[in-house]
Design a protein around this ligand. Structure first.
Ligand code: ADP
Length: 301
């Protein structure tokens, strides 16, 4: 296969591992910076250009699109779909997973367990918003935040009100969520590939912290997940239309709750915690599925 890896940095662990796994199996990989691609939309024959050359002859495209380039990255993937190139992550699925409100709405529609979550733009009544999600303790999250930055625990209603109003004051988009205390500062990352959980890890926050992000000093370990957790992770990826996804679960008294579904999951933490060759599994999935024109939407989304 000829594979286009849409990545801005070939030296990142996940990019390196995917290149290595593909080359080991005899495939050819071209790393492409999406921001340097350009497209002629009016042309009847869709194409993607890079440095004066059309990008042709690819069997598959692997998007590793950073959050800040979601919109442009999605349109480059869509263009490849219109050309019939098989995308590991479809443009529509990427867009769904990156819009937290849309993703949570789609999951709730199908009855997936979720922490009680409130969304607001400019709530006239902050107290009612707090009451609606069950009151303090509450987690308030900046929608644009990643790696745990902008995730705040408000232990009292008064603190929650101040934090919400402060975020509103700087026009930040936020969500307000029930605090799952019994998760004990840990969450479970399930790596789903092709409808199966192929690896899982438990991330534990350091003492005195509730955020388990590895970037916030959390530690990862191997975990055995329950059949319900497995089914929940697989269903969440399917609902969003993701063939590869990192599904983050919180263990709660009422069962597994989906916190987030990540469409460009990092491979470093999960490969080292689980000892699995996740990059290899992803390439094998492509070998079985990358057929010309075989996408659910073919750029229609
Ligand atoms: P980010 O996308 O920035 O990583 P998350 O929403 O994943 O933000 O939150 C960061 C961490 O905070 C999670 O990994 C989890 O450990 C903790 N956390 C987030 N939401 C909740 C919640 N509702 N209840 C308990 N812990 C939470």
């Amino acid at each position: 296969m000829r594979i286009a890896l849409l990545s801005r940095n070939r030296r990142l662990y996940s990019s390196r591992r995917l290149i290595e796994a593909a080359e080991k199996r005899g495939h050819e990989v071209q790393v492409i910076d999406v921001l340097r691609c350009y497209m002629n939309i009016v042309s009847a024959k869709p194409s993607v250009q890079l440095e004066g050359q059309p990008l042709t002859g690819f069997d598959a495209v692997i998007p590793r699109i950073g959050a800040s380039v979601t919109a442009y990255g999605t349109s480059v993937i869509r263009q490849f779909e219109m050309m019939g190139v098989y995308p590991l992550i479809e443009s529509v699925a990427l867009a769904r997973s990156r819009d937290k409100l849309r993703a949570l709405q789609l999951l709730s529609r199908k009855g997936i367990g979720l922490p009680v979550t409130g969304f607001a733009n400019k709530p006239g009544d902050t107290k009612d918003l707090i009451k609606m999600v069950g009151g303090a303790p509450l987690v308030i999250k900046l929608l644009e935040g990643t790696q745990g930055i902008g995730v705040v625990l408000a232990e009292t209603n008064k603190a929650a009100e101040s934090v919400i109003e402060a975020f509103m004051g700087v026009r930040a988009n936020i969500l307000v969520q029930e605090f799952i205390e019994e998760a004990g500062g840990s969450d479970i990352r399930c790596l789903v590939v092709g409808g199966k959980v192929v690896a899982a890890m438990r991330r534990q926050a350091p003492e005195g912290e509730f955020r388990s992000n590895l970037h916030r000093g959390g530690s990862a370990s191997l975990v055995k997940i329950t059949p319900t957790e497995r089914a929940t992770a697989v269903a969440a990826a399917k609902i969003l239309g993701l063939s590869v996804a990192g599904v983050d679960l919180l263990r709660s008294k009422r069962g597994p709750l989906v916190m987030e579904v990540n469409s460009s999951p990092g491979l470093e933490g999960i490969e080292s915690a689980s000892g699995k060759d996740v990059a290899g599994i992803i390439i094998e999935y492509l070998e079985k599925n990358a057929k010309h024109g075989r996408t659910a939407t073919r750029g229609r989304g």
